[in-house]
Write a protein that binds this ligand. Sequence first.
Ligand code: SAH
Ligand code: SF4
Ligand code: F3S
Length: 436
Amino acid sequence: MNYFIHTYGCQMNIHDSEKIAGILEGMGYKPCDNAEQADIVVFNTCCIRETAEQKIYGHIGALKKLKKSNPNLIAVVCGCMSQQEGVAEKIRTSYPFVDIVLGTSNLNLLAKAIEDVGKKKRFVNTDFLCYREEDFMQSRTSFPNAWVNINYGCNNFCTYCIVPYVRGRERSRPIDDVLKEVKDLVAQGYKEITLLGQNVNSYGHDIGDVTFSMLLREIGKIDGKFRLRFMTSHPKDLSQDVIDAIASYPNICNNIHLPVQSGSTEILRKMNRRYTREDYIALVDRIRDKIPDVGITTDIMVGFPGETDRDFEDTLDLVRRVKFSSAFCFVYSRRKGTPAYSMEQIPYAVKKERITKLLACQNQVTKEISATMVGKRYEVLVEGANFRYKNTMCGRTESGRLVNFQCDESQTGQFVTVQIERASSATLWGVVTEEK
Ligand code: SAH
Ligand code: SF4
Ligand code: F3S
């Protein structure tokens, strides 16, 4: 019996798919390369932007044909999209060949759901049940990195964002559970641990005496050569304590993903981000003061309702000023059920023009940073083959920059010193050297 999982969306979903794979493998299923060979197909969905959603509906629709040729195929839809209001019902009526619909917080029901399907019953449940990680196996697929959830859900309600509605309220995992998982992973040979949360900085606030900086320090003390990363940091909650912890422990990477969203205070206010442009710039200054070689990455959105040319210029100016090592740039997408849905929208042509300008601007910044890295040596964790290029391996610097180089595939998971030889904007090319 084989399974195939389509994963859409962010790291949170990538990691949830590892849990789904663990449950299926626990039931005797084996992974396979495509839906055609599978006995069970899972769509682990995302609904952050409309484009993501439309694409997924198309892919689910395509399963109808497969189901005709293999009536025993079990089709599962889970993840953020199925948690949206009305979607479970829509799947029930418009996609009758889908056997199981689950949400984001009840993956623990998957085994029972498959049993029900065996008894010719459809299984639809999107309740927020909040499973315990420890209750099932995980099948990790991203060696030498391992994802570790520290908190689930989000309480921030940025006015554009669907996540708080589909992932529920913020819940932190007990610190002992997180520490045990990290220690076990390091002992198993994982070389990079990435802590996951929609806002890692608010870790612990709901469970009493722990904070994110305490968690960082505890992990920083764990013996063994490994790197610690975390995402995402909400600028309003990134404390000096966290900055100090990053600066104090060599295991904790000098890399912070700090989504700014906009460079205009007025737009940030409308987004309910709860910081100003000046707050953000001051925060970056404080980070650079303590961690001079830090790599700061970000998410930026253009075309939020009411964004004027002036607001957009403020975003471009902030990008040039802060010098992000990279930025994920998005066109604002209207999400039903969020406050921004009913604000006055911006024409698509304007959004398109702005995203093109923003991408060019960030590209220029990345290019400038890349040029300063040429000729220097960096410790790189070998991640594996870069399939975009022939005979090329890749890995990241501590600050999070991807580097291409040549080495043996068996060196995946090892730390090597790479001298950067050339850079083409975002891509760095280097050679492995012996000396540091
Ligand atoms: N919790 C994280 C990120 C969540 S979603 C944070 O607070 O930063 C990842 C990114 O998607 C966001 O940072 C935002 O830039 C983008 N995004 C979220 N909702 C969006 C929407 N409606 N339209 C376009 N981009 C969106
Ligand atoms: Fe969405 Fe804001 Fe929560 Fe991030 S912090 S998940 S952008 S509501
Ligand atoms: Fe992630 Fe998409 Fe859900 S970005 S949290 S999978 S809506």
